[in-house]
Design a protein around this ligand. Structure first.
Ligand SMILES: Nc1ncnc2c1ncn2[C@@H]1O[C@H](COP(=O)(O)OP(=O)(O)OP(=O)(O)O)[C@@H](O)[C@H]1O
Length: 244
């Protein structure tokens, strides 16, 4: 039997962790209509590829459409043609929407907050217009762990972005199917697969706390390579990964 290449090993690990996350947290059910949020970065492209491939497997039967949202007041140079073609490979329709916000109308809120709030709002509206019951986001295991650390150290509570979150006020559920996939695998897989890097020119993009936490957690993992599983188990045993 042929020895698997490094690319094949990473691919197998991503596919297996993607399936594990879906079944463990029951993220996809028969008849689901999923809208995937695609920024154009490696994580959401990987999400789209995995959903597209999973969709071809017989059970559960579900459908996927994708949405890419641009802010008219932010100089984002995403190649929408590339995103549409990428999605089309898997038989997925990509909707490209443009919206905007005025950072001067509410100076109490940061531009990042306003941008992400508006993006979410557009995503919810599009999902409802398309009759989707779920929205899939490309956050992976590292995002979920770093968020837990940020919430603990800066907000004073033990919580994170859950793998599944049922919205209370609308018939929508947010799912994070890459929740058990590690960022380093996505990073290497994206390079092997030649995912086109999108140019982000956000004038507000400074997320120093998050990148500091990433560095600190990297140090912790050098001390204990099992640290991520420890944090994950703590989140799971405290019921923080599913909100229904
Ligand atoms: N402009 C956008 N349009 C649609 N969905 C988006 C957009 N920006 C972000 N998202 C969704 O929100 C998730 C988290 O966004 P964030 O900006 O934190 O991404 P990220 O960690 O840089 O990942 P990615 O590599 O996918 O850009 C993305 O994976 C994607 O599912």
């Amino acid at each position: 039997m042929a020895i698997p290449t490094d690319e094949q090993k990473i691919e197998r690990r991503i596919v297996s962790r993607f399936h594990k996350g879906i079944s463990k947290y029951n993220l996809i059910e028969e008849g689901d209509r999923i809208l995937a949020g695609i920024s154009g970065g490696k994580d959401s492209l990987c999400l789209l590829e995995m959903l597209g491939r999973r969709m071809k497997i017989d059970k559960p039967h579900f459908t996927v459409e994708a949405v890419h949202i641009r802010m008219e007041n932010i100089k984002y140079e995403t190649d929408t043609g590339y995103l549409e073609e990428f999605a089309a490979q898997y038989g997925i329709k990509m909707h490209c929407l443009t919206t905007g916000f005025n950072a001067h109308t509410d100076t109490r809120k940061s531009p990042c907050f306003l941008c992400s709030w508006n993006r979410r709002k557009q995503m919810f509206m599009k999902a409802q217009e398309l009759g989707c019951n779920k929205i899939a986001l490309g956050h992976h295991m590292d995002d979920i762990i770093h968020t837990a650390m940020m919430n603990e150290f800066f907000q004073g509570h033990f919580s994170t972005m859950p793998a599944m979150l049922k919205m209370r006020k609308m018939p929508l559920t947010i799912i994070r199917p890459l929740c058990m996939v590690e960022e380093s695998d996505i990073y290497r897989y994206a390079r092997y697969r030649g995912y086109e890097k999108q140019v982000k020119l956000c004038p507000y993009e400074t997320n120093s706390h998050r990148s500091d936490i990433r560095d600190i957690f990297g140090r912790i993992e050098e001390m204990n390579p099992e640290a991520r599983y420890s944090v994950w188990n703590a989140l799971e045993s405290e019921g923080k990964l599913i909100e229904v």
